[in-house]
Design a protein around this ligand. Structure first.
Ligand code: HAM
Length: 430
């Protein structure tokens, strides 16, 4: 066992698996373009207050899962981002993006950090792909982000997904409900566990989410949020459901769905996969109009978004055998040097082929011809190009198709013509 191991909760991703990542990323980038989402990249760290204000100080993420540190003794605390939404909104406000164009459709594939207990599908460093649609308050906006997410799953071929959806109402509804919930919970206060006692003051809705069976028992008789929703919230929810229905997206209404982040209002949703184990949430999101105000904006910025865990997506796809036809790109040409003293000339040929856009490799270790051929086969190279003194003298090369074993002699120019890819990779001419 080597002395140094990867940090607990993090993973190395090796070339075989990179193929799977690139396949998924390719689909995400293609569909994002189809829906008109533009990519955004924000720093991996932000000032800690950003997450405290946005995700909420009573949440597990802010309470115990953030990697926070002081960059220097006098500096402000910074935190490795545990999610993307807050950073994307911060960036949009800071750059005043909505003044330039009143609707912003942004997406990302990014690394995140949460100090959780690692297990299958739960890491301390993980990635999400997600989208944030800013500037539109219509229920069509939340339906649009859900449709984009579900379309990615469909193109990737995922089966066994369940989309659960709920409305958390607007701020007024929630205020009335919070009061009602506190009134209900007050007689049980002494029986609440420590976390729930804290949540009782800050955000009693989160007690509904508690995994503690005693807390679950207490909340069974609690008033239901749904009974406190006003007409506006109910109409909004109806319309979201309508837009999903017309697009043929199946969903289940789940009035108990509250998400683990505080910034949501109106619609919230989550997708689970039957291919995943205990950590079966593949993605989730919702609408978060008041986040901008929490971050100091003078008015609300209507916003909807989602994020999907990339590692969980990968696990679900692996379990469903959805990567079986992926093949590593094999080189078109493996240049075989017949006598090592010709290596430098062979290298010139390699350079010419590569500059013509033809993927070419050569053995750099000075091994025997037999070993070079073995390597060419191991790499699944399409052709072997033999370079020997006779070939160099005649200006011709012997090219062997390693799949059919057919061999022919031709000029290097002819080979270049045959294999040339679209654009030669020469430096631009000035
Ligand atoms: P979230 O539900 O906290 O939402 O995370 C979204 C997804 O990220 C989860 O469903 C899960 O697949 C994945 N995930 C979360 N934690 C881990 C972990 N420790 N290891 C592996 N995967 C994980 C958000 O982050 C919101 N920002 C979503 C959103 C976007 N809402 C509006 N816009």
């Amino acid at each position: 066992m080597p002395h140094y191991q990867v940090v607990k909760g993090a993973r190395d991703i090796f070339p075989d698996e990179i193929l799977q990542w690139k396949h998924i990323e390719g689909v995400i980038h293609r569909l994002a373009a189809l829906y008109g989402f533009n990519e955004i990249r924000t720093p991996v760290f932000e000032y800690t207050e950003l997450f405290q204000r946005s995700i909420g100080s009573s949440t597990d993420i802010v309470g115990k899962e953030m990697f926070s540190f002081l960059p220097d003794p006098a500096g402000r605390s910074i935190t490795l981002r545990p999610e993307m939404t807050a950073g994307v909104m911060r960036a949009a406000l800071q750059k005043n993006l909505l003044a330039a164009a009143p609707v912003q459709k942004l997406y990302y594939i990014s690394e995140l950090f949460r100090k959780e207990r690692p297990q299958a599908g739960r890491q301390r460093q993980f990635s999400q792909f997600g989208a944030e649609l800013l500037g539109v308050s219509s229920p069509a906006a939340v339906a649009e982000v859900i449709t984009f997410m579900m379309h990615v799953f469909e193109v990737l071929g995922l089966q066994g997904l369940t989309l659960r959806i709920n409305t958390l109402g607007n701020m007024d509804d929630r205020k009335r409900y919070r009061e009602a919930l506190r009134n209900y919970l007050a007689p049980f206060y002494e029986q609440l566990d420590d976390a729930s006692k804290e949540r009782f003051e800050k955000n009693p809705l989160r007690i509904l989410d508690s995994k503690n069976p005693e807390m679950q028992e207490i909340v069974t008789g609690a008033p239901k949020l749904h009974d406190y929703l006003g007409r506006e919230s109910l109409d909004d929810f109806e319309k979201v459901l309508f837009y999903l229905s017309v697009r043929g997206i199946p969903f289940q209404i789940d009035h108990r769905l509250v998400r683990g982040l505080d910034y949501y209002s109106y619609t919230a949703f989550e997708v689970t996969s039957s291919a995943l184990g205990a950590q079966d949430a593949l993605g989730g999101g919702g609408r978060y109009d008041s986040l901008a105000v929490e971050l100091g904006s003078s008015g609300e910025v209507p916003a909807s978004g989602f994020a999907v865990g990339m590692e969980r997506l990968l696990i679900a796809m692996q379990k469903q055998g959805l990567f079986s036809d992926l093949e590593a790109a094999a080189p078109s040409v493996f240049v075989i040097v017949q006598q090592q003293e010709l290596f430098d000339q062979a290298l010139e040929i390699v350079t010419r082929l590569r500059r013509a856009g033809i993927s070419t490799v050569i053995d750099l270790a000075g091994r025997s011809m037999k070993a070079q051929l073995r390597e060419a086969n191991r790499m699944n190279a399409a052709n072997a190009l033999f370079v020997g003194s006779d070939e160099l003298a005649s200006g011709k090369c012997t090219m062997k198709d390693l799949r059919s074993s057919q061999q022919e002699e031709c000029l290097l120019e002819e080979i270049i013509e045959k294999f040339r890819q679209s654009e030669p990779l020469n430096p631009p001419r000035s």
